[in-house]
Design a protein around this ligand. Structure first.
Ligand code: FPP
Length: 231
């Protein structure tokens, strides 16, 4: 590879898009696309861990996703429930630390209990930190930070005050944000944290995402010139 500009990103965030189109292209129901999408999540976690990525944020369910048909929401919640069970069994062996970013309201009591147990039991793991953006919206997150500052009695806030009151303040901003399926927008994802992120868009549909695709995105990132407003 030619000379690179950047070292390995510490934090990669992914907008996993294209499950529905993958299913349509295979003549299958949308639920089959989401099931394959969950497989791609497993592969990507493994790949990121093997590559030595420290933090991986995955956009699993947005606040806007509640507007989907009830059967589809049900499929996504069942897949999530199963995934949480799976992590509870395997997270220690794989050394994953699981965090969740998002609003608790509207999530079922069962899912919330599993999230709480999992985040508690993996808190000391030192391998890959997986941050699941679940019932997540970036405007909601910034509003959440703002309201906490107001409650604390602050009359004026600095950018650092706001950053410290986001859902997961100890996670560094993502150097790289990937979106699959050819769509090129942020869709209310990490608006605050993306200030200096590099974007990588690929036409690959999320269920087809592989370790090689992740490597391609990282290679492209490593070649980018990042100037952070300087010259
Ligand atoms: C986008 O596909 C995908 C989502 C709605 C969120 C991601 C969900 C998964 C990968 C499934 C399981 C995840 C976990 C963590 C268990 P889309 O339905 O918007 O696709 P389309 O734009 O082609 O219709």
């Amino acid at each position: 590879m030619p000379d690179t500009q950047n070292s390995l990103p510490r934090h990669i965030a992914i907008i996993m898009d294209g499950n529905g189109r993958w299913a349509a292209a295979h003549g299958l129901p949308r639920s089959a696309g989401h099931r394959e999408g969950a497989q791609a999540v497993r592969r990507t976690l493994e790949a990121a861990r093997e590559m030595g990525i420290a933090y991986l944020t995955l956009y699993a369910f947005s606040t806007e996703n509640w507007s989907r048909p009830p059967e589809e929401i049900d499929t996504l919640m069942k897949l999530l429930d199963r995934t949480l069970d799976e992590y509870q069994k395997s997270a220690h062996q794989k050394d994953y630390r699981i965090l969740v970013s998002g609003e608790r309201e509207r999530l079922s009591a069962g899912i919330l209990a599993k999230i709480d147990a999992l985040t508690r039991s993996t808190a000391q793991n030192k391998g890959l930190t997986v941050n699941l953006a679940l019932n997540y919206g970036a405007r909601q997150e910034i509003t959440y930070a703002f309201n906490r500052l107001l409650k604390a009695g602050l009359k004026e806030a600095t950018p650092s005050d706001i950053a410290k009151h986001l859902y997961q303040p100890e996670i560094p901003d993502p150097e790289l944000i990937i979106r699959t399926s050819g769509e090129e927008r942020l869709s209310n994802f990490l608006l605050w944290q993306a200030a200096y992120s590099e974007f990588y868009f690929t036409p690959v549909l999320w269920p087809d995402f592989t370790k090689e695709e992740l490597q391609k995105a990282i290679d492209a990132y490593r070649m980018r010139k990042r100037r952070f407003g300087g010259i």
